[in-house]
Design a protein around this ligand. Structure first.
Ligand SMILES: [Zn+2]
Length: 51
């Protein structure tokens, strides 16, 4: 069982690199291996106000 899952076909919105994003299932974060940018937009656990 892996805790980190690579997201194929996704491009980092920060540095533009392809296939460098991976999902940290533990923290519910998506992190870029290229530039280190992190985002939690793919996981909506709070169910609050959606933009
Ligand atoms: Zn990046």
């Amino acid at each position: 069982m892996t805790l980190a899952h690579f997201l194929d076909g996704l491009r980092c919105a920060c540095c533009g690199a392809l296939n460098v994003l991976w999902l940290d299932a533990v923290r519910g974060l998506v992190e870029c291996r290229q530039c280190g940018e992190r985002a939690s937009c793919l996981v909506e656990v709070d169910g609050g106000e959606a933009a």
